[in-house]
Design a protein. Structure first.
Length: 281
């Protein structure tokens, strides 16, 4: 079995803060056992022994549960092997007979120190560091993806206006320019997607989102007609304009007039977004 000094240092850090904090607890338990060993069995109370065993049980139960949740999060490929090791350690700790301390104190203390030392050398410095590499790689990839999504959303809001509702594959925006009252756009989430390149299922889903928004616009603004426009050579994103038309307006019965620069107050935009959003079924 391995033997170590239970002095925590950066050498033992795996780079996942919550796991490192839990590992520090194991080192603390190791130091407690070392102190017991130096005191000798005759100077260690039954309460101290019971407290030690309970600490070890509490630590292993919570720590292994926490680690396994992180592994499940990233679908870690060696998770089952890790769990097997955890189960063996949990079985040992949960079924440990504390009467052994009184029967053979020195041998029992040495046995537990060996097991904890082995846990540090093989599990923390081996298995856990390997897992930490996979976990941090996963985090970097997803952080990059999250940052990219946020950047795309900010760019869309600058280009189009105010988010009404996010669907599975598209996002509806209330256009900042309200020359046509109720003018919205439905934007596909896949940047630079092309309409003819979509699968039938993707088109059906996109059309369903567009219809839900159009029905909400119809209910809130009560237009006399709605025009739908898509410009592959103008818009970088795949999007459809939903443009309400009103009898009496100069563009009724003609190509719609939009982007004429009619803007509202922030409160007016918020009010319209809330009204349209509440009518999307």
């Amino acid at each position: 079995m391995a033997s170590i000094k239970f002095d925590w240092s950066e050498y033992y850090e795996i780079g996942i803060p919550e796991v490192d904090e839990q590992h520090k607890q194991l080192f603390s338990i190791g130091r407690t056992i070392e102190q017991m060993s130096m005191k000798g069995g005759e100077n260690v109370t039954d309460q101290e022994i019971l407290s030690l065993v309970n600490s070890l049980r509490d630590y292993t139960g919570f720590h292994f549960y926490s680690e396994e949740k992180l592994m499940e999060e990233i679908h870690y490929e060696d998770m089952q092997l890790h769990k097997k090791h955890h189960a063996q350690m949990l079985y040992f700790v949960s079924n440990y007979d504390i009467r052994k301390f009184r029967k053979n104190f020195e041998a029992t203390v040495a046995e537990i120190l060996d097991i904890i030392s082995d846990q540090v050398v093989h599990h923390i410095l081996g298995d856990d560091k390997k897992f930490a590499t996979a976990y941090k790689t996963y985090q970097k990839i997803h952080k990059h993806m999250d940052d990219k999504v946020k950047a795309d959303r900010m760019e869309n809001e600058e280009s189009y206006g105010f988010t009404i509702k996010e669907f599975n594959s598209s996002i509806a925006y209330l256009m900042r320019d309200q020359s046509a009252s109720g003018h919205c756009v439905i934007v596909n989430k896949e940047k630079k997607a092309k309409y003819l390149a979509m699968t039938a299922l993707e088109r059906d889903s996109f059309h369903a989102d567009m219809i839900r928004v159009a029905k909400a616009v119809k209910k809130v603004f009560k237009p006399d007609a709605i025009d739908y426009m898509y410009f592959e050579d103008v818009d970088e994103n795949l999007l459809f304009h939903i443009i309400p038309k009103y009898q009496g307006a100069e563009d009724f019965g003609k190509s719609p007039v939009y982007d004429a620069g009619k803007e509202l107050t922030e409160d007016e935009y918020k009010d319209l977004v809330a009204k349209i959003g509440s009518e999307i079924k």
